[in-house]
Design a protein around this ligand. Sequence first.
Ligand code: SF4
Length: 208
Amino acid sequence: MTGKLEGFQAISTNTTTNDYCIKQYTKQDKNNICTYCYSNEMLRTYRKNMAPALQRNTDLIASKVLHPDVLPVINNAFFRFNAHGELINEFNLINYVNIAIKNPHCTFSLWSKRYDIVYKYFKDHDKPKNLILIYSNPKINHILENVPKYFDKTFNNVQEDLQKPRQNCTGQKCKDCLLCYKFDTTNIIVEKVKTYGKKKLNQKMKGE
Ligand code: SF4
């Protein structure tokens, strides 16, 4: 990965063909972070060339439970699931769980808004001890203090000038921070809406 995630490896899927992402983005609700989705923007424009590779991941990882032998060995201490994309279905979640099980030396962090998929699966299954589930709060400027069941942390977005003392994610690289990649840190992460989103957010909030 590059930018904020420099130094990290990730497995991601295609945001632009994910039914949930399409639905959320299409609403253009000014209070929903999906309206300002960096991934949707990048994959349609200057990172368009990434989309076919992400689509191959989508097609594979959401099609069936993959045999453990074909799952990757991860040679890292920390790993990100879904730097792009959102959980597609239960197959997708099970395959991520099984990658975590296959790689107990590594801590995996998965961001998701799909409480429905997570709840349905984990009410009957144990969560691997090396998988951190981060509930990606869709609502801007509303810090979610209560972590939903089966999740470990919440990730919240606020406008740049709001809740400044609470912004513990703004302006740093993940490799220097690791709040989201360790259990014994804070459970509530807050970041300002990023550059692309910030411009669009300001326009929306002004009603332009
Ligand atoms: S809180 Fe830290 S680890 Fe989490 S996304 Fe922000 S910079 Fe990365």
